[in-house]
Design a protein around this ligand. Structure first.
Ligand code: ZN
Length: 69
């Protein structure tokens, strides 16, 4: 499996679009974001940590299982 960068906002499992679900906003350029796959039969979600305007961490999950890409 190729490495997925979140910039694609694409589900690594079914290749559907990842859509924003929730956001925890601290200040401009510093936020935590949650995304879910738009495919209702797919349980992939992503947690994205943004610090100083850059993505510093992305954690992918398939249901309750963390997946490393
Ligand atoms: Zn998916």
């Amino acid at each position: 499996m190729p490495r997925y960068y979140f910039i694609n906002k694409e589900c690594p499992k079914c290749h559907s679009k990842m859509i924003p679900d929730d956001r925890d906003y601290n200040f401009d350029g510093c936020q935590d974001e949650w995304y879910v796959c738009e495919n209702e039969n797919c349980e992939v979600s992503a947690f994205v940590k943004v610090r100083y305007g850059k993505i510093c961490r992305v954690i992918w999950r398939d249901g309750e299982t963390t997946i490393s890409l």
